[in-house]
Design a protein around this ligand. Structure first.
Ligand code: MRU
Length: 363
């Protein structure tokens, strides 16, 4: 994507070849700042503290984290330690474990001396693959938006939750990829952007990247979607996912489930866009089996923004002494999902639907 005319990915190897550069997403939308990750520790902290976030980008950063670790020490023990350190950063997005398993399987059989070179190459290949996958998701999702345009006229009003855009992946995004593809194809779209408390990925990140691309959008408080749906102001919902089970249960940012319930009550199609690596083929029941990250309560009790004087400030919202809970994700059962938009096409959210697109997963 372009930021003021300059093409960027969200992660890239530094020119000196010894570090990785990222966009610090904790500074958006107020400041666009790039940062260098110099070693394994930097990569792990970037994921844990959400300087990078979004399931595919977490996986890409973990792959580069392994490459940074291998540049330092190349032993089997160092590889295992790097994978364990990165795996412990965030529990919910399966792309993290997927990327680490892929790096480990490639590097472990190699002579240690070859590991740094091959690790950097593998991380770069994983990023290129992510971009290719997301572009394909965009093309498949575009057909759904085009069909909606033909069915109801313009503009097509799409509601999204959290940030499953360019910033959550290496490029293009998952849920936002069809929206960018539709916009670029000249289809009039308008996006309702859920603010996505407590970390406000919608208000801070989705709004920012849609603005960069020129896509019409409106930021709404999280509780607004149901009202808009009742009044015919939402044509479809498209969200991303951090982990989808083999049966099509979808784990995504907290609050997604409530949007799916409201969409079902109003007969509004609810789509989930996802790359193949986000499918956890080992799990069936998402509500029961997907680990849900719980983060610091301060993310709920405090909020950060820019004051009228232009300063960045953090303020407290809650009474001193009120405990807060911060569940970061929830699970939308497959029965509430109209379809899954993948790089291989659109399918029903079911084992049969997924196996139709990924037949190599049949036992
Ligand atoms: O906590 P975050 O910001 O990492 O959560 C991100 C999401 O929930 C996204 O919707 C999901 O990762 C899909 S990203 C293409």
């Amino acid at each position: 994507m372009n930021i003021e005319g300059i093409p960027y990915r969200t992660i890239w190897p530094a020119e000196d070849g010894v570090a990785v550069e990222i966009i610090d997403q904790t500074r958006l939308p107020h400041e666009f700042v790039t940062l260098r990750l110099e070693n394994l520790h930097d990569a792990a902290i970037a994921i844990k503290n959400m300087l990078v976030r979004g399931a595919p980008l977490i996986g890409a950063t973990a792959a580069y984290g392994v490459a940074l670790a291998m540049s330092d020490k190349t032993s089997d023990a160092a590889l295992e330690e790097a994978c364990a350190t990165l795996a412990a950063t965030r529990p919910t997005a399966i792309n993290l474990g997927w990327a680490l398993a892929r790096m480990r399987a490639l590097l472990l059989p190699l002579p240690p001396g070859n590991r740094p070179r091959d690790a950097w190459r593998a991380a770069a290949a994983l990023c290129d693959e992510d971009v290719k996958i997301n572009r394909a998701i965009g093309e498949h999702g575009l057909q759904l938006i085009r069909a909606m345009l033909e069915a109801k006229g313009e503009p097509v009003n799409i509601l999204t939750h959290c940030n499953a855009g360019w910033l959550a992946t290496v490029d293009w995004g998952t849920a936002l990829a069809p929206i960018y593809a539709a916009f670029d194809a000249g289809i009039p779209v308008h996006v309702w952007v859920d603010e996505t408390r407590p970390r406000n990925q919608g208000a801070s990140l989705t709004a920012w990247e849609l603005l960069q691309h020129g896509v019409p959008h409106t930021v709404i408080a999280d509780n607004t979607g149901g009202h808009l749906m009742q009044h015919g102001m939402v044509d479809m919902v498209i969200v991303g996912t951090d982990r989808t089970t083999a049966c099509g249960d979808v784990c995504n940012k907290i609050g997604t489930y409530l949007k799916a319930l409201a969409a079902r009550d109003n007969q509004i199609p609810f789509y989930v866009a996802l790359p193949g690596p986000t499918i956890d083929w080992t799990l069936e029941n998402g509500v029961r089996d997907i680990p849900i990250e719980q983060r610091d309560a301060q993310e709920v009790t405090q909020i950060r923004g820019r004051t009228a004087e232009g300063e960045l400030a953090t303020v407290t919202l809650t009474p001193h002494g009120s405990p807060a809970a911060n569940y970061a994700f929830d699970v939308t059962p497959a029965r509430l999902v109209t379809g899954l938009i993948t790089e291989r096409g659109v399918c029903l959210a079911s084992r049969e639907g997924l196996l139709g697109l990924y037949p190599e997963r049949k036992r």
